[in-house]
Design a protein around this ligand. Structure first.
Ligand code: CU
Ligand code: ZN
Length: 182
């Protein structure tokens, strides 16, 4: 009888610790993630023709951002990660404000104080194409402040890198949701 009780206890302990390990493993996957690459396909907002692709790839020095965009007017265009992965409204306003999980002020991508979403400007040539590549030291692909599921917005005007909290970059000409890639 005693032996049977003992065995039951061992079984219970075994089950509980086993399940604990299982749920911790899965929680880790869900909240911390292990994403090495993300992608955002941009679609034009109403009345615009701007589209493109942005990839975010983890490197030792930070997240490498590569943007290839077309359909822009010549010149500089504000380029940010916004707080909601919601491009459902015709004007892109459902994407919310700049992604700013650490409560910082708006700034340039290389400045000490900036929103996590502040990627500065893209510069389009005469054909309306823009290509940008840089390593971002602030953007995170994993953890609580991951950019996965947020959005990228391209603006009609230049981000002046100082006006709070938007950079005064004007209307939203393209929007896309950031997803985890293989
Ligand atoms: Cu923006
Ligand atoms: Zn900002």
């Amino acid at each position: 009888m005693k032996e049977k009780k003992m065995m039951t206890w061992i079984l219970v302990v075994f089950l509980v610790t086993g399940m604990n390990g299982f749920s911790q493993k899965n929680m880790g996957k869900m909240s911390m993630g292990n994403t090495a690459k993300a992608i955002c396909i941009l679609y034009p907002t109403q009345g615009n023709n701007v589209s493109g692709t942005i990839t975010f790839t983890q490197t030792e020095k930070g997240v490498k951002v590569v943007a290839d965009i077309q359909g822009l007017s010549k010149g500089k265009h504000g380029f940010h990660i916004h707080e909601f992965g919601d491009c459902s409204s015709a004007d892109g306003m459902t994407a919310g404000g700049h992604f700013n999980p650490e409560g910082k002020i708006h700034g340039a991508p290389m400045s000490m104080s900036r929103h996590m979403g502040d990627m500065g400007n893209l510069e389009a040539d005469e054909s309306g194409k823009a290509h940008l590549e840089y390593i971002d030291a602030v953007i995170k692909l994993n953890g609580m402040n991951s950019i996965i599921g947020k959005s990228v917005i391209i603006h009609k005007s230049e981000d002046d890198l100082k006006t709070q909290p938007t950079g005064n970059a004007g209307a939203r000409v393209a929007c896309g949701v950031i997803g985890a890639a293989k």
